[in-house]
Design a binder for this molecule. Sequence first.
Ligand SMILES: [Zn+2]
Length: 223
Amino acid sequence: MRIRRKALAILLIALSTSTVPIFSFTASAHEIYYTGSSTNATAIPIKWNNFSNGKAYLKINGDNLSSEYSSAYSTASFLWSTYSQKVTTSQVSFGASTLDIASTTKAYWDQRFGIVGTGILGITDSKSTDGYIINSSNVQNSSKKVSYSQIFMTPYTSMYNSSNLNNHKIATITHEIGHALGLGHPNEYYYPTNVESIMRTGGDYEGYYVPRTHDINDLTNKY
Ligand SMILES: [Zn+2]
């Protein structure tokens, strides 16, 4: 989930000055879920299932994205495979896809997220090979391999940084695809770091939209 919320940004700044980031060796990457509690938390690694020749193979479709996202989609689709040797991407027809990226209506967004919804820019829903919707309540019972992901992009496009509009959209789509690959937020949960990462959450647009070194290393460690 990509969140733009000023209050959270202020909180994260406070955290980063008061804590020393520690990357635990129990985590292979910055994962979405952990079991246990700090400082003995253990990562629950979630991986993309379709993996061959050393690469996670994403079959992406964006037919259900509004024209507001067309340009961002065409760039963001291929950024992970451009920057990481662990990812291959192809754009395929709807129905042949394992990663669908779609726009939603404001009614859908309001119903799903309520009053905080306008601050959420994207959300990724993933399904495991054993049929679970992968979320915090059931991930420990699943195979932890993602067979399909659905990314929803906000209809509240006025929430994107107005002076970096398209780049912010690209960054958000890239961030959500990172979740499909099993990456979590490196600035929350048990082992936070303040390094540059496309997977950071909260705050405003950070000024870049391609995966950073930290993200590429996380994928290399995971796969
Ligand atoms: Zn996120």
